[in-house]
Design a protein around this ligand. Structure first.
Ligand SMILES: C[S@@+](CC[C@H](N)C(=O)[O-])C[C@H]1O[C@@H](n2cnc3c(N)ncnc32)[C@H](O)[C@@H]1O
Ligand SMILES: [Zn+2]
Length: 277
């Protein structure tokens, strides 16, 4: 596949779903101009990159998430440790025609969820260009945008489902973007999340424990018909995955030089929050 055709494929997908987009500067509707740009009626213009994603940032931002961090996240997600969580999300969003993944990173969760539900279009947005570049490279069937949730490039009431997986949220924006019957699905780490890693890296320190209480309370205050399911399981871990597991977060889970990590298993422990506007 040549570079031009990747841009054309991305542009064609965006064109099919053009009603989902709104200019992040003036909120007017947009159109695809000669397969190379998304343009609004006031002439604000955003490039569709040759890789097939669109950059909708209105100012340049620097991200702490690097290319290798996203490669590590992909390796870890590909290993299947989130399969149970993804399967539950696929079921929840099964009827959704339009699914927006906010802070989608390198896109694997969204791509796997859309594949499992076999229906609808997924759009991933992330402020980190490196993440979106990985996403479009691996999953050109979905639409990928570099953009800021605080100035999101989408039209109001456009999405049947919004995903927010282990990522920062913007609830005012989610409410604006959700269709009247739409649902928001948020995944928040619980106290046992990756506990084997935490225990070895942070023995005797406060970072060994973690509470998500405030995040859950804010979600419950912000949405209606909220349900919360705690999903907890421990899987055996292939030792080849340990370096990727260490690198997949910028939170400073860095191996101390003198510390030999032994990880045979890893725990996923998350709250799955679902709500409506
Ligand atoms: C911990 S990562 C999770 C990525 C992905 N959901 C996953 O589970 O692999 C958090 C992501 O949120 C993105 N993010 C942070 N602030 C954002 C914002 N204002 N707008 C869009 N994305 C943002 C980061 O770039 C990063 O990719
Ligand atoms: Zn505009």
């Amino acid at each position: 596949m040549g570079a031009l055709s990747k841009r054309a494929i991305g542009a064609a997908l965006m064109d099919q779903q053009i009603n989902l987009f709104a200019c992040p500067v003036c909120q007017q509707s947009m159109y695809v101009y000669e397969q190379g740009r998304l343009v609004c009626s006031a002439n604000h213009s955003f490039d569709i990159a040759k890789q097939g994603y669109v950059n909708m940032l209105t100012n340049s931002v620097s991200s702490k998430y690097s290319k290798s961090l996203f490669e590590s996240r992909k390796a870890v997600i590909d290993s299947g440790i989130y399969d149970v969580v993804e399967a539950k999300i696929s079921e929840i969003v099964a009827p959704a025609k339009t699914v927006l993944d906010t802070g989608c990173g390198e896109g694997s969760h969204l791509a796997r969820i859309m594949k499992a539900k076999k229906y609808g279009i997924g759009i991933g947005i992330d402020i980190a260009k490196e993440g979106i570049m990985a996403a479009v490279r691996h999953y050109p069937q979905q639409i990928w945008c570099v953009g800021d949730l605080a100035k999101s490039p989408f039209a109001k009431a456009s999405f049947d489902a919004i995903l927010n997986i282990l990522s920062p949220a913007n609830y005012e924006e989610f409410k604006r973007l959700l269709a009247p019957d739409g649902c928001i699905v948020k995944v928040v780490p619980q106290s046992g999340y990756l506990q084997e890693l935490r225990a070895q890296l942070y023995a005797d320190s406060s970072k060994e424990t973690y509470s998500n209480e405030q995040i859950v309370a804010r979600f419950q205050d912000s949405f209606h018909e909220v349900t919360k399911e705690r999903v907890t399981y421990t899987l055996p871990l292939d030792e080849n995955l340990v370096p990727a597991l260490l690198e997949m977060t910028p939170m400073g889970w860095h191996k101390k030089e003198d510390k030999d990590l032994i990880l045979n298993a890893i725990t996923i422990d998350v709250d799955l929050l679902v709500g409506k506007v």
